[in-house]
Write a protein that binds this ligand. Sequence first.
Ligand code: SF4
Ligand code: SF4
Length: 413
Amino acid sequence: MSQGISVDRRSVLRAVLSGVAISPIVCHRSGALADEKAPASGGADEPKRTILRRPLGKTGIELPVVSMGCMNSFDAALVKRSYEIGMRHFDTAAGYGDGRNEEMLGQAIQELDARDQVVIATKVHLPRRPAEMETEEARRFFLTTADESLRRLRTDYIDLLYAHSMYGAADLQHPGILAALRELKESKKVRHIGFSTHRGMAECLAEAARMGFYEVVLTTFNVAFADDGAMLGALTRAASAGIGLVAMKTQCSYRSRRSFPPDVRERLRGQLMQTALLKWVLNNPAITTAVPGYTDFAQMEEDFSVAHGLEYTEEEREFLVRRGVRHAAAFCVQCGKCESACPRGVAIPELMRVHMYVMAYGNERHAQATLDRIPKDRGLSRCVDCGECRVVCRRAVPIARRIGDLRAVYALV
Ligand code: SF4
Ligand code: SF4
């Protein structure tokens, strides 16, 4: 069944257009978050170009505006080359590849002999939603996982440690998480504490600003939020409160990866302009840096080129104003508004993330891990024999088609 597209495209277009028009000026006028330029530190044969850097909240850390999201790559050579061209911040998680991603990163940084030159961020993901875990159980899991991360990363301190995947204020206030993060910071195993969020982001950011406990937030943010006043306001207020903001999922997820099935590649051919998407995010002065998840050297170069200047080219501007609207409309912002429309209570937002991980990132392990976290009575198997999906996303996410993709991938048809 085809899904109705009820998203107000004109309002999205207006918002994207206004972002394109005003962002460089906003950035230029910003005081505390104004870009500072520092020479690139590439090899002797590298042309010297400036790299835009920004302070990370009140941490005292300053970072290039483009960093490496390591999740989808297990290639140490990519980390090393990223460092050589000027990247200084590497984002991983204990759960990526069951720890193998951390091991790869730790080995690469050790072989570069660059531990004191880089900022390593990792995450602890509780095995169940925080509300389902007792204080002591969550605290112990957190501390044990952080120690395992230290070992895998071959270091005695983690620069940024995130509580992984927070959904709202209640998660952020979980006493087990708070106790563990406090202990890790006091013992100097962790320099700065924060959380990651890809659902309920605006609420999480507002609560973080209110609490004054978390120093850094890794949040989903991309052009799909161009018309989301609550999110844009929450980012500004969190940055004003001194919280360092790192953006993820900046590329609207559906990057043209070699892992895409041919029909998906064909559908996306020429539609995505990675530099435009990344510049749009970084032209928001609240964001310190972004962690695009590139997986090869060409993507790395393309992404890092943005760190040399955020001015849009004519082509990028045209992309954002016209074709970018379609991608903004098709990105699942995890608002959860579709859940009540499914008679079986299927966890549609989570399944949309699974789809992104397996189809867009080509990261089967992470997709499977996300699938495994969905309670059985709300998982993919619940909607196998439903017939036609009547759930419609107001943002035009093609829910039925993506669930169909997942059924095929997981051989449920
Ligand atoms: S599919 Fe649409 S309605 Fe459902 S969570 Fe994603 S953006 Fe929201
Ligand atoms: S196909 Fe799945 S998600 Fe859609 S209405 Fe049926 S059970 Fe719900």
